[in-house]
Design a protein around this ligand. Structure first.
Ligand code: PHE
Length: 461
């Protein structure tokens, strides 16, 4: 082997199981939980969405999370190196996964930067009455209609702060950088979020919000798109099939209870997601109450608009809204940042192993290059435009394709299923039976192929 393709001997590790679990929760719990899940669930059948969501979690989410862990922990490398060690030709899959993650990081960082600004704005409710006009016109300065390249300093400054923070944390390394941030950030996030949810539930109208969120539309279960939404949400939310959990597991000590950790991570992530749905809809219930309308008459219940237009409007209406707002946007920043550094750790480790660099050099140069790209796309007035296109490709098509290729290659082409299963069982207390191979090798890919075909048909037509 050439030295460039070998993970360095003095490879770092997490300090232990707790550090690994918190870091993995940090990667999983992110913008996807707070601004993606509530809107997706609401649009895809409300309470009925919980069924495809749970099915996706149990039949694909957790099994593929275990697969990611198994590959990283067994072959001890960031995704490309780990796959390469399994089978030389598989290296490309690792690069594809890391590329997807990298694409996500570019816009992910921008949303964190917006949240950072809004954290500051919350103190004096700077967004005023017209929160939509403020977000699009004053803050993002989106000039219609064409693409413009004027740098918007209101976005450029927080974006620079985010990337400098990423660079510093990454340069400090796995244990002293990434793990530290998570060990502090995740408990803090848990407390902040619990506070937000409790406050939201005590607002007038909260129960109507929950009703709107949970009222099942059983017809949705017959809609294939709803199932696609559930699977995409699970993949994005658990950070699986992105090469990131492979990389995280590769830094875990050799003796480590991998499957039990995985169950803890998956449970924590979904709990957080449900809690976010409850908190967000209780708050929206309050907004509807204030405006004397039904929830379904409200606009802007998904994506960036939910967090940066609708939420500011509610915060302004709420007694003590500035504190609620500051805590909300701080939570968004922490949740997002701990996910962003997981992606960058994956990219930096990949570059380090491929080119035989020292950790520092790789961490700093990777952050700098990503920062530049993120900067050139998002500090200009065309930022919002870029987000949509990127999200469509990476989240809907890219990740499903990645999961299919990964499970089929590992189980059927390279026939590493049994080996990986024994590997996980040898270190873990929660043992995987043949059911795991059946889920990873048959159930998940069959379903994912149906989804991908359906998705491509709708994209083309
Ligand atoms: N899981 C993160 C979220 O829910 C996003 C993410 C995707 C993080 C892929 C790492 C890799 O927001």
């Amino acid at each position: 082997t050439t030295p460039a393709r070998v993970a360095p001997e003095n490879r770092e590790t997490w300090t232990g199981n707790t550090g690994f679990i918190l870091a993995a929760i940090g990667s999983a719990v992110g913008l996807g939980n707070i601004w993606r899940f509530p809107g997706v669930a609401y649009e895809s059948g409300g309470g009925a969405f919980l069924i495809p969501y749970l099915v996706a979690l149990l039949t694909a989410g957790i099994p593929i999370l275990f697969l990611d862990y198994a590959i990283g922990h067994r072959y001890r490398g960031a995704a490309p190196l780990a796959y390469r060690r399994m089978k030389k030709k598989a290296e490309a899959l690792g690069w594809f996964q890391i590329m997807l993650s990298f694409i996500i990081s570019v816009y992910y960082a921008a949303v964190i930067a917006w949240a950072l600004s809004y954290f500051v704005f919350a103190f004096d409710l700077r967004w005023g009455e017209d929160t939509a006009g403020f977000f699009v016109g004053e803050y993002l300065q989106v000039s219609d209609p064409g693409v413009s390249t004027t740098i918007v300093s209101s976005v450029a400054i927080p974006l620079a702060v985010v990337w400098i923070a990423v660079l510093v944390v990454l340069a400090l390394g796995v244990a002293k950088g990434v793990e530290k941030v998570n060990v502090i950030g995740i408990p803090l996030l848990g407390i902040a979020f619990a506070g937000l949810v409790i406050r939201a539930l005590t607002l007038p109208g909260a129960m109507d919000g929950l009703n709107a969120f949970f009222t099942p539309d059983w017809g949705a279960l017959l809609d294939l798109d709803v199932w696609i939404a559930a699977y995409s949400q699970i993949f994005f939310s658990l950070s699986i099939a992105f090469g990131i959990m492979v990389t995280y597991a590769s830094y875990q000590r050799r003796k480590a209870n991998m499957t039990s950790s995985g169950l803890v991570v998956a449970f924590a992530n979904s709990s957080f997601e449900l809690l976010a749905g409850i908190g967000v809809f209780a708050t929206l219930g309050f907004l509807a109450f204030r405006q004397s309308v039904q929830i379904d008459e409200l606009e802007g219940l998904t994506g960036p608009i939910l967090s940066f237009v609708t939420f500011p409007a509610v915060i302004s209406e709420m007694p003590g809204g500035n504190i609620f707002g500051a805590v909300f946007f701080a939570s968004l920043v922490i949740a997002g940042f701990t996910s962003l550094i997981s992606i960058l750790l994956g990219v930096a480790a990949t570059v380090q192993e491929k080119f035989g660099l020292s950790w520092r050099v790789s961490a700093i140069s990777v952050s700098a290059v990503c920062a530049l790209i993120s900067f050139s796309l998002f500090s200009t007035t065309s930022g919002l435009l870029a987000l949509d296109t990127v999200d469509q490709f990476a989240n809907n098509v890219g990740i499903v394709l990645s999961a299919i290729v990964m499970s089929v290659l590992v189980v059927w082409v390279f026939r590493r299923g049994q080996l990986l299963r024994s590997h996980l069982n040898a270190v873990s207390t929660f043992h995987l039976g043949n059911w795991w191979l059946a889920l990873v090798g048959i159930v998940a890919p069959v379903f994912l192929v149906i989804m991908l075909v359906q998705k491509l048909i709708t994209l083309v037509s």
